[in-house]
Design a protein around this ligand. Sequence first.
Ligand code: KG4
Ligand code: ZN
Length: 341
Amino acid sequence: MNILGIETSCDETAAAVVKNGTIILSNVIATSAEMHAKTGGIIPENAARQQIKSVIPVITSALEKAKLKSENIDAIAVTYGPGLIGSLLVGIETAKTLSLLWNKPIVPVNHLSAHIYANWLSNKKVPKFPALALVVSGGHTDIVLMKNHGKLEWIGGTKDDAAGEAFDKTARLLGLPYPGGPEISTEAEKYMTKNPKVKLSFFPRPIIHEKNYDWSFSGLKTAVLNEVKDKTLNEEEKQKIAAEVQEAIVDVLVKKTLRAVREYKPKSLLLAGGVAANTRLTEKFKIAINEHAPNTSFFVPQPKFCTDNAAYIASFAYFNHSPIAWQKINANPQLTIAGQI
Ligand code: KG4
Ligand code: ZN
């Protein structure tokens, strides 16, 4: 079964064709990130305008690269939320039009639940249920128990800023461009290479000891602001703060997720979302799981599948196939992972 996935929830315009939920036939992404780097963050109108320009060329390219014609597509999957309303509408309206023109079923996809399916893409090993999934993206940080495909139970999330947002906002305070996650990671790496033995424990680890699976990252942003304001930092000082910020975020994510692993004893732990591309995070998870939960298999997608793309949108639709009439699909910018799937 060949599914065409379409993803336009934020600043990436993406289309992919995935066979049987796991084999990527094509995966095309146009990003307007460079434009947003200039404004220090995303201006929604700019993102939507870029989506309109890119959506048809990206879909055409995905079909060409997969060497398929519309008649070889069995279904269309499209993100309907969460995201920026203008950006979401571009993908949704395009997908609806194609569904009508080609007479193909259309599957509305929750972007957050779909992120988890990057773990099914081109992996030799298939995750087993029950699984715990930690979704760490730019706007969301959620931990869910997956009893099976389509059976998700939300067990915790962030009370304020998401982990990705914490990376992005502190990067901005350090004068680093958007998106901040990869920038902080690069700067932190420089510091850790020069100072491999230094203990990184300067910034607070909010609510790390609370007996729940929630996070709070806004205090970290304030702590960084207090540290940098009215100062001119040199490169070395910036790198140190980047390393400290990264360590604080990684520390709370790993410790609290590990507590959930101990409680729920899942067969698999799945990382997903843009922040899962962070090597320090994945290294620390590998060590922690190895030491404390060796019966749980740890999965993390290749970095290129962690950040937004349409391949996991198509994969999600394959495993949770629930087509609905195109007339009934609406954008839902506030959709949550625990919301309608
Ligand atoms: O999942 P994603 O691509 O888009 C959303 O659905 O939000 O996540 C984007 C987020 C951004 O906050 C970005 O800074 C972060 O993922 N990110 C990273 C890394 N690569 C992307 N954060 C930390 N380390 C990275 N290597
Ligand atoms: Zn995303």
